[in-house]
Design a protein around this ligand. Structure first.
Ligand SMILES: Cc1cc2nc3c(=O)[nH]c(=O)nc-3n(C[C@H](O)[C@H](O)[C@H](O)COP(=O)(O)OP(=O)(O)OC[C@H]3O[C@@H](n4cnc5c(N)ncnc54)[C@H](O)[C@@H]3O)c2cc1C
Length: 415
């Protein structure tokens, strides 16, 4: 990113004040009051906190609990790997939620909930009428994997820095191996975007290096046309793509992926472990025996436990696991909770939207957008085919627009 666009990006983050309008039904309501506790201050939880306060005119008491004092965004975090962005540029604290919206923010690790009380690890309890769980993802164990040596960098922060430093220290002519788990996982295009950005970085900084992508899935899972072109044309000779490769084990000492198609040794090994709902969700028995939490998409209320709502990556609808749609789900959920407090039924026809920009090189990007609408027959969110779109090609213009899109989403969530 050149310095002009970086300045532009920072300015947008600092000044954008995007706010979704108050639903018209709510303007007439005064009865929406109650207490909501939210676990997780990422794209889902922070948005829910903000809009519960905003739309209720401050009548609903909202407490947001996060294990960390600030959230490091996974969105754009692949750009920290090649030095285009610093992590500080994608780190968001909760001051605006506190100061502008009156959200109570508690730093702490949520470990349990029962009888209208959320339990924190340090012994504190928080009383709620409705609980929203938005803890993102957890990882299934991979035999031999030590993430202190083999980073996933699929939760942004120290893991991103570790992977960045390993790439910086990689010798010319080295091999970067990336393993992708079976879908569904967080951010369908994300792994392919990472392969492209690393290939682009190695081309410029570590001549003779290779990127080997070991995908457990039978094919590229998002923007197939774009990434096929990127792998076989833009980064031809650098990226090698292998579908249907199941990871069995990792030799973390020797940086080797032991797979259904043989052993792959790497100078830098980046294992994306199989993913599931955040730990608090499974600890509370809300996954119904699966990996993700079943919910009613009209309200995001758990189908297993009344009064607990699950939004963002942990929920188990057919919607993709993206920050943009987590923001959308949070608004549907906040609206449904306010209606419930006011004795109203939920909106019977919610829609949600997902969008992703994927950098393909340090100067070009592609994009993808999808809309989902509630289908009363199946009681599920369904892709609206006519509203689906993908960039025909990766361009420099898309790369610049990516920062406008991200700035708006960051402001929609945290500002
Ligand atoms: C490399 C990469 C690129 C991506 N690019 C895009 C993109 O271009 N567009 C897009 O829309 N999405 C993108 N995503 C996906 C997006 O980041 C996730 O879908 C999104 O972060 C999910 O939001 P969430 O609120 O569910 O979880 P998170 O954002 O992970 O937030 C969860 C929060 O919960 C907190 N937490 C968890 N458990 C507890 C607990 N027990 N107690 C207290 N706090 C807890 C965590 O500290 C964290 O702050 C990308 C992801 C990656 C990895």
């Amino acid at each position: 990113m050149n310095s002009l666009s970086r300045r532009h990006f920072l300015k947008l983050i600092g000044t954008s004040t995007a706010l979704a309008a108050t639903p018209t039904w709510l303007k007439a309501q005064t009865a929406a009051s109650g207490r909501v506790v939210i676990v997780g201050g990422g794209f889902a939880g922070a948005t829910a906190a903000k809009y519960l306060r905003h739309w209720s005119g401050g009548n609903v008491a909202v407490t947001l609990v996060d294990a960390n004092p600030a959230h490091v965004s996974c969105i754009l975090s692949n750009l920290a790997l090649n030095g285009s962005l610093g992590l500080s540029q994608i780190t968001f604290n909760y001051e605006a939620l506190k100061q502008k919206y009156g959200v109570t923010v508690e730093a702490g690790q949520a470990v349990g909930a029962a009888n209208g009380q959320l339990h924190l690890q340090d012994g504190r309890t928080l009383a709620y009428d409705r609980l929203i769980l938005a803890p993102g993802i957890d990882f299934a164990p991979v035999p031999g994997l030590d993430i202190r040596r083999i980073p996933h960098a699929w939760q942004a922060g120290p893991q991103t820095t570790l992977l960045k430093n390993q790439l910086r220290d990689m010798p010319p002519g080295g091999v970067f191996v990336l393993t992708i788990p079976l879908a569904p996982y967080r951010c369908p295009p994300g792994p392919y975007e990472r392969a492209c950005l690393v290939a682009d970085y190695l081309k410029r900084n570590k001549p003779g290096s290779k990127v080997i992508v070991l995908d457990a899935n039978p094919k590229i899972m998002a923007e197939e046309h774009t990434f096929t072109k990127a792998f076989y044309q833009t980064h031809a000779g650098i990226i090698e793509y292998h579908p249907n490769v199941l990871l069995n084990e990792v030799d973390s000492t020797n940086r080797t992926a032991i797979t259904s198609q043989g052993n792959f040794s790497a100078s830098v090994l980046n294992v994306l472990p199989p993913q599931k709902a955040g730990k608090i969700v499974s600890d509370l028995g809300l996954t119904g025996g699966g990996n993700w939490a079943p919910v009613d998409p009209l309200t995001y209320e758990s189908t297993v436990a009344k009064g607990i709502h699950i939004i963002g990556d942990s929920q188990g609808t057919s919607q993709p696991k993206s920050g943009h749609i987590a923001n959308s789900e949070a608004k549907v959920c906040a609206d449904a909770i306010l209606r419930a407090f006011a004795g109203e039924l939920p909106d019977p026809a919610p829609t949600t939207n997902s969008a992703c920009y994927s950098p393909i090189t340090a100067k070009t990007a592609s994009w993808l957008t999808a809309v989902f609408a509630y289908d009363p027959e199946t009681r599920a969110m369904k892709l609206v085919p006519e509203a689906f779109g993908e960039a025909p090609e990766a361009t420099e213009e898309n790369y610049e627009k990516m920062f406008d899109w991200a700035s708006n989403l960051f402001a929609e969530t945290f500002a």
